[in-house]
Design a protein around this ligand. Structure first.
Ligand SMILES: Cc1cc2nc3c(=O)[nH]c(=O)nc-3n(C[C@H](O)[C@H](O)[C@H](O)COP(=O)(O)O)c2cc1C
Length: 228
């Protein structure tokens, strides 16, 4: 598999088969992903891996916490801007609608949509879950570095025949995660990630998210301007 194939076949998977992934595979992916670049080589990422009983216990703790906070608590950082402007607002809306259409859940069925969203907190059935934290002193540049680490993991997973779903949804369980994973105070929960084998029979996995055409996000400076 080359890089283009890994990129083209990576997509967010929201239904996994329970088939386990050997821990040595997970660690191989993480070791290789740590070749991701980072400003000043800070490598400002940290990842907590849960599998087997440890994964099940985390899922159970969140299910219990939901009795008090059905959709979690305010995260420690703003996941999206409060008043998202265009074209971002429509992009977000469209992918959501496309996903719920595949799941067959109309807009009015808010409770069913919430239930479906809550599958995030079961890692969508994946056997391996990862929680990513960032040291609180880090700034925008370092958060971007963590993003490169995440993408590297997702591409390497493809090379292993595995799939992923990055999950900001875990940020609302920072308290539960802090206690369960024994997270130091200086670490902030950024997101989670599900890792495992895609369930190809699940309708939701047929989602192929759209992308804006090149001319919406690329600006090539003309090189034939007259001299000033
Ligand atoms: C940092 C990050 C966090 C995300 N959090 C979630 C999440 O909590 N739940 C979810 O279902 N998808 C989540 N996604 C997946 C995005 O919705 C998805 O990447 C986007 O719609 C494009 O689709 P694709 O990944 O299939 O190409 C997240 C993606 C990123 C990069």
């Amino acid at each position: 598999m080359n890089v283009s194939e890994a990129l083209a076949t990576r997509k967010s998977i929201r239904a996994f088969k329970p088939d386990p992934v050997p821990m040595e595979t997970v660690l191989r992916i993480l070791e290789r992903a740590a070749r991701a670049p980072s400003g000043g080589n800070l490598q400002p990422w940290k990842v907590y891996v849960v599998a087997g009983g440890a994964r099940d216990e985390l899922v159970k703790r969140v299910a219990e916490a939901r009795h008090k906070h059905p959709m979690g608590e305010p995260p420690e950082y703003l996941i999206y801007p409060t008043d998202l402007t265009e074209p971002y607002r429509t992009r977000r809306f469209r992918v959501g609608e496309q996903m719920y259409a595949l799941l067959g859940i109309p807009r009015e069925e808010k409770l069913t949509r919430a239930k479906s969203f809550a599958r995030n907190w079961e890692f969508f059935g994946a056997p391996v879950g990862m929680i990513f934290t960032v040291d609180r002193q880090m700034q925008q540049g370092q958060w971007a570095d963590v993003g490169m680490f995440l993408q590297s993991i997702m591409l390497l997973a493809r090379e292993e025949g595995l799939h992923t779903c990055p999950q900001e949804a875990w940020a609302v369980w920072h308290r539960v995660l802090r206690e369960y994973l024994n997270l130091p105070e200086n670490e902030m929960v950024f997101c989670g990630m599900a890792l495992g084998h895609a369930d190809d029979s699940a309708a939701v996995n047929a989602l192929h998210s759209e992308r804006a055409p090149l001319d919406e996000f690329v600006v090539v400076q003309p090189n034939n301007l007259p001299p000033r």
